[in-house]
Design a protein around this ligand. Sequence first.
Ligand SMILES: C[S@@+](CC[C@H](N)C(=O)[O-])C[C@H]1O[C@@H](n2cnc3c(N)ncnc32)[C@H](O)[C@@H]1O
Ligand code: SF4
Length: 381
Amino acid sequence: MQYPPLSVYIHIPWCIHKCPYCDFNSHEFKDQNIKNNEEAYTHALLKQIENYNIEPNRPIHSIFFGGGTPSLFSPKAFDTLIKKLENTFGLDKNCEITIEANPGTFDKKHFYGYRDVGINRMSLGIQSFNQTHLKKLERIHSPKEAASAANLAVRIFDKVNIDLMFALPSQSLSDVKEDITKALEIGTSHISYYHLTIEPNTFFYKFPPQLPDEEKSAEIFDLISNELNSAKFEHYETSAYAKKNSQCLHNLNYWNFGDYLGIGAGAHSKLSCEGKISRKSCFKNPRDYIKNANNHKFYDDEKLLSENDLIFEFMMNALRLNKGFNQSLFEQRTNLPISIIDKELSLAKDKKLIIQKNGRIKPTDLGQSFLNELLQIFLKD
Ligand SMILES: C[S@@+](CC[C@H](N)C(=O)[O-])C[C@H]1O[C@@H](n2cnc3c(N)ncnc32)[C@H](O)[C@@H]1O
Ligand code: SF4
């Protein structure tokens, strides 16, 4: 069997402040010392890396340090982790190594340090350059800090992504236009532009802010698409826009249903082995994760994917890509013949949600706008 590319995701689960819209596995570290957390947690991560048993000759395609706020940790922690991954599995020659950074933790020395230990891509959680919106989102950074962090990042990293959010409380079209103008001035080559969603278990869920209605949100979305298209950014995935050769290789591997090792609190892995695909998830609470790692235990759930899981999960990822996927990729990655979804593909075509042409399946504009409805078709039980 030819294995798909293998990526690594490492989760750093602490933040200075929990944002009111965020349902990620992130915890305020208020009363603890982040240095102690860094040491104990890095030690646990190293143990988990040692514990993996992967076939030889599967060098790492990409590494992503996500969070939470990885930029709370020092370059030394990432140096240790990258070296461990390199010595354990080997790294591809062009391995993309991303760190997520929060401009509120901006530290010039750390940014250079991250680059010096081999990190070649930075993803900055800016959300907006507008003080009123930053305040409403309870972000810990100012517009000035956002611009300083981003300006330095584009100078020192090969690739830089800026995360922005739209359809914010009372956000006008001109506010959005200003955010885009600032991002373009900085010269970033990748923008992840997320529609603010109100997730259960968040402060905004309990105390919902007044958000733009559907019509206004659609207008904002069109503005974003047009502005970024004019600036030569390709809209290549639901929320991702990139200049030529600047797509995120790590995320592309997820969307193409590649393999990944999830390391750290709450991280998930997807791994192909002997014709089967397994999923594992790590203990979610950082304290539990560290405690269990000392006893060489890392996972609280593990399962082999059924045919129905494989079909749905493949579609859930690949249909996010505006160019869709080749039928041969479906067959390679799931080990199932494309004929197994003939009925579902026909239904999606009848509803004008996909186009199937020359062996390629791609979502239509309608399919992209109603992705959940499209995916429902492939949910078998
Ligand atoms: C996992 S977060 C990590 C980034 C980093 N911790 C930060 O916030 O600066 C990645 C991105 O997801 C987006 N995001 C998080 N919660 C969201 C929500 N409820 N709706 C839309 N986008 C969200 C934000 O743009 C955020 O930068
Ligand atoms: S900084 Fe990022 S991960 Fe942390 S709470 Fe805010 S959105 Fe969530």
